[in-house]
Design a protein around this ligand. Structure first.
Ligand code: GDP
Ligand code: MG
Length: 177
């Protein structure tokens, strides 16, 4: 039997982009329409099997509010992986995501695996040519990811679209224990 690889993972991003909802989808395969805001940070674990590898994610889901931002280093300092989440309908949340990526590149472990995640894809998947609801283009996300060497996904915690894929992709980048 293969040993279990533990992976410390932190979620960062503006309030209400869906960080806790992504974790809830990944851990319980559930979604709550009116999820209560996270206070401080929440800790959850989830096992994932990728091929013949077993990974145990130790997840720190942080609060997005500015007043908690000074606590973030406590959570990302020892993290091997980070999800930097924005909302594809909220440009300000993408600006914030850029700032988190910069901070992680400056302050976090050199070999941290970062996934940039544009959440709430369900709100834009039926957009017509005028793209009224989507405010952050796929190209903007992909460009940032290419510049900074990040994994990149658009997801929906609501439908589950691409959520597990993010964690599988991260697991594949983490070396064996
Ligand atoms: P957090 O502050 O980043 O942890 O965000 P939450 O997970 O608390 O979600 C904020 C709000 O957005 C809640 O009302 C969620 O139900 C909603 N939400 C989260 N993810 C999605 C999604 O993928 N699609 C839609 N339509 N709503 C979402
Ligand atoms: Mg939350």
């Amino acid at each position: 039997p293969n040993p279990v690889t533990s992976v410390k993972l932190v979620l960062l991003g503006e309030a209400a982009v869906g960080k806790s909802s992504l974790v809830l989808r990944f851990v319980s395969n559930e979604f709550q329409e009116n999820k209560e805001p996270t206070i401080g940070a929440a800790f959850l674990t989830q096992k994932l099997t990728i091929g013949d590898r077993a990974i145990k994610y130790e997840i720190w889901d942080t609060a997005g509010q500015e007043r908690f931002a000074s606590l973030a280093p406590m959570y990302y300092r020892n993290a091997q992986a980070a999800l930097v989440v924005y909302d594809v309908t909220k440009p300000a949340s993408f600006v914030k995501a850029r700032q988190w990526v910069k901070e992680l590149r400056e302050q976090a472990s050199k070999d941290i695996t970062i996934a940039l995640v544009g959440n709430k894809y369900d709100l834009v998947e039926d957009d017509n040519e005028e793209d009224l609801v989507r405010k952050v283009n796929v190209e903007e996300g992909q460009n940032l990811a290419d510049e900074e060497g990040l994994l990149f996904f658009e997801t929906s915690a609501k439908t589950g679209y691409n959520v597990k894929d993010v964690f599988v992709a991260i697991g594949n980048k983490i070396p064996e224990a």
